[in-house]
Each structure stands twice: as C-alpha cells, then as structure tokens.
Design a protein around this ligand. Structure first.
Ligand SMILES: Nc1ncnc2c1ncn2[C@@H]1O[C@H](COP(=O)(O)OP(=O)(O)O)[C@@H](O)[C@H]1O
Ligand SMILES: [Mg+2]
Length: 310
C-alpha cells in the first residue's frame, strides 16, 4: 500500500490541555479516513498539524512522504484544506473567489477562469457563480469551500467537519461530491462527529477521544471487534417469555427482556445454533430469532463515554 498520510506519536499541548497525547495514523492513497470523535477530542488539532499550520510537540507526520515540520512547503503543494479554515471571501462572487485563488497559485487568468467555471459546474453552483458568497445557503457555501480547496488540484484534502450544521439534503449533496473526488483519486481525511458520515464515506475510521486513539478499523471491523452482536428471540406465545429467558441465560450467561423480546449480547455466534437446538428440544415455537450487529452509534458511545470496549 502507498501511504498518503502517516503519523507516529503526535502530541500537542495547549497550556494545561493535552490536545493530543499520542496519535498514530496511516492513510492509504486514494482512500477516505474518517477521524471520528466528540467535540474537543483533538480532531482539528490533528488536521492543523498535518496541514503544517501547527507544530507538534512530539511525534512525526508525513504527507506523501514529506515531513510536515521539515518540509512544510512540499506538503502544502499536495494538500487542500477546508472546513474551519475556509478561505472563501463573503463579499466576492463564487467565480471571483475561485478565480482569485487560481491567480494566487500563479495561474494565468484564462486558466484560472477555466478551472473556476469547471469546479462551479461540477458542484452545482453554475447558476450562483455571479452572486456574492454571502448570499449562498449553508450547503452552497460548503460546496464553494470545497471547490476552493480543490483549485490547486491537491492530491490530499482535509475536510474538517464538512457537513456540521447542514440539513440532510445539503449533506447528501456534499457526500456525493466528496465521493466524486475520491473516484478521481484524491485522498481524503475527513473529521466528523457523526458516525453515519464516517460509516458512509470512510474506508477506515480512527476514533479519537481526549487526544488519543481509542479504536480504529473499517466500519465493519469496528462493529465486529468492539461491539458484540445481540441475539433476539421472540416466542410465538408471549407466555413462554420466561422459559425462553431461562434457556438463553443457560446458553449465553445473560438475558434482558424488552417487550416481547428476549435479548442477550453474544460472545460467540456459535451460541446461536445451540439456542435454536435447545428451543426446538423444549418445544418452544419462535416468531423471530435474529442476530443484530451493534450500530456504530452504540460502539462510538461506548468508546467515547467510558473509554472501554463494548
Ligand atoms: N489554540 C488553542 N489554545 C488552547 N486550547 C486549544 C487550542 N486549540 C485546541 N485547544 C483545546 O484542545 C482540545 C482539542 O481541540 P480540537 O482539536 O479543536 O478538538 P475537536 O476538533 O475534536 O473538537 C480541546 O480541549 C480544545 O479546547
Ligand atoms: Mg474541530
């Protein structure tokens, strides 16, 4: 695998606050890493270090092999940044903003204009191209931010909470645009407080809390390794609930009753066939028997509230 971003032991303090204690990351080129964590977890600090805006107290980080501390200029050549760092000027129109950024990068006027119009078209902003950015809706504004970050044709982009505060429609549009950029080969590091966003967009997820990594993996492995699936049994006859509960406890060692369901968190999915066999032997008919994977929400809450695996 080719790493687009690597970080080892990143640490950063702000006075008394340890914003990052020891963060390791490895992001494969052309993939999306979801850096997930609650408010104050250290997400923006990670992005600022990787984007050469903040010097870490300890640790090292490389973007496309360039050291963020020793070769910040080389890093800046390959990255794009948006989110809490938006470079868009409210008083300029959409096209003026992008044109201006192109000129700042040393492009010709014609070239900058071509890039600006192309980006506005790709992001559904052609109709608003000549309106000042301050008249844009929240969703349009975020799309313009993203377009601004792409003017320099970066290979790696940092999106810091790109959809926070957007309505579901605007969020879906932005997700689609981000997926489009990934298809074009761009590597994305996306910070988010939303599990759903990480689940939908990210190939890999790193969960951070209080400045350290508390879990990482694909959305699937996180659910599997960190959370245990739940067995749910609903007897056809509600009067059998207590017998089912006793039987489930014998096999799995625990049960809870939720309405007409008996539930138990399973360590070993082989227990499922044992439960089925025992129910059959006991002559209990079931209306429903299922294994439910934990939602990422449950996993995330558990990890960031208690810091302990589910
Ligand atoms: N410039 C700063 N000065 C002091 N404290 C800061 C500064 N930047 C971040 N912090 C603190 O560091 C911690 C991590 O912040 P941040 O990286 O912004 O978290 P997130 O982006 O996950 O919400 C928080 O406790 C925050 O208050
Ligand atoms: Mg932040």
């Amino acid at each position: 695998m080719t790493s687009a971003i690597q970080a080892h032991g990143l640490a950063k303090r702000f006075g008394e606050t340890a914003a990052l204690t020891s963060v390791d990351l490895d992001v494969e080129a052309g993939t999306v890493l979801g850096l997930l964590g609650p408010n104050g977890a250290g997400k923006t600090t990670v992005v600022r270090v990787l984007a050469t805006l903040l010097r870490p107290d300890a640790g090292q980080a490389f973007v496309h092999g360039h050291d963020v501390v020793r070769s910040p200029d080389r890093v800046r050549e390959v990255i794009g940044l948006t989110g809490q760092f938006a470079a868009v000027d409210d008083s300029l129109t959409g096209v003026e903003n992008l044109l201006f950024l192109g000129r700042l990068l040393g492009r010709s006027r014609a070239d900058s204009r071509g890039t600006a119009l192309n980006l506005l078209g790709r992001f559904g902003l052609s109709d608003a191209a000549d309106r000042p950015a301050k008249t844009y809706s929240g969703g349009m504004r975020r799309r313009l931010d993203l377009a601004a970050c792409l003017v320099g044709e970066p290979q790696v982009i940092f999106l810091d909470e790109p959809t926070t505060g957007l309505d579901p429609n605007a969020r879906d549009q932005l997700w689609e645009i981000i997926r489009g950029e990934v298809r074009r080969g761009v590597t994305v590091l996306l910070t988010t407080q939303y599990l759903e966003e990480a689940d939908r967009l990210a190939d890999d997820i790193v969960v951070i809390d209080h400045g350290s990594v508390v879990a990482q993996g694909t959305p699937q492995t996180l659910k599997r390794e960190v959370g245990r699936p739940t067995l749910q049994v609903r007897p056809l006859d509600g009067a059998e609930l207590a017998r089912v509960a006793a039987l489930v406890t014998e096999v799995i060692g625990e049960h809870t009753i939720d309405g007409r369901l008996v539930k138990a968190r399973v360590r070993d999915t082989a227990a499922l066939s044992t439960v089925v066999r025992r129910l059959d032997e006991a002559g209990i008919e079931v209306a429903e028997l299922s294994i439910r994977e934990p939602s990422l929400d449950e996993v995330f809450k558990q990890l960031t509230v208690t810091g302990a695996p589910v």
